[in-house]
Ligand binder design. Structure first.
Ligand SMILES: CC(C)(COP(=O)(O)OP(=O)(O)OC[C@H]1O[C@@H](n2cnc3c(N)ncnc32)[C@H](O)[C@@H]1OP(=O)(O)O)[C@@H](O)C(=O)NCCC(=O)NCCS
Length: 160
């Protein structure tokens, strides 16, 4: 299959089961259905799926959060938080993850008016860290023992 055969579009409610299945297969951080539904309800522009041959093969879902920048004067801003992001193993390294990420970042900036984007990533997740760096994310800080199994997370941030 070639990269041109996939599409990236806003998720529908009927995609949630497939998204949950991909999440279970690819990441140890899993969530109840109501969490996926909540993010789709509240932030539909940044809940995206990649489809190939009518099958969901990847997704990205985000939350838009309020924050205060401690500058003078103080600024209230919105931040786009990439909550979960994955592509099925057989479909990786074809550009699908990049396409999902770019479209979600674009919606954060141009639809939700976010100041920046951030995410947590396992410090050993070299593929994801490399992808994020390529798209302008920098490591801002480390959250010690952030994950249930005790692994640390990098917090990576990109100004939009
Ligand atoms: C991260 C993920 C979504 C990327 O999806 P993808 O469709 O493979 O992404 P793309 O094809 O657009 O880009 C692949 C990029 O990953 C990076 N990459 C892939 N394998 C890599 C490896 N072994 N070492 C370092 N970087 C690697 C490279 O930057 C590569 O870009 P390049 O081909 O231009 O060098 C996918 O690897 C995945 O689902 N991983 C498991 C879930 C996960 O870790 N999610 C992120 C949680 S924070």
């Amino acid at each position: 299959m070639t990269a041109s055969e996939y599409t990236v579009e806003k998720a529908k409610y009927s995609d949630i089961s497939s998204v949950m299945e991909i999440n279970l297969r690819t990441l140890p951080e899993n969530y109840p259905r109501y969490f996926f539904e909540h993010l789709l309800d509240r932030y539909p522009e940044t809940f995206l799926v990649a489809r190939m041959n009518n099958q969901v093969v990847g997704y990205i879902m985000c939350r838009i959060e309020d924050a205060i920048i401690f500058s003078i004067p103080l600024r209230k801003v919105k931040r786009g938080h990439v909550v979960s992001f994955a592509v099925l193993p057989g479909y990786r390294n074809m550009g699908i993850g990049t396409a999902l990420l770019i479209k979600a970042l674009d919606a954060m900036k141009n639809i939700y008016n976010c100041y920046d984007a951030f995410l947590e990533v396992r410090v050993t997740n070299h593929a994801a860290i490399s992808l994020y760096k390529k798209h302008g994310f920098d490591i801002a800080t480390i959250k010690k023992r952030y994950y249930k199994d005790g692994e640390d997370a990098y917090v990576m941030v990109k100004r939009l």
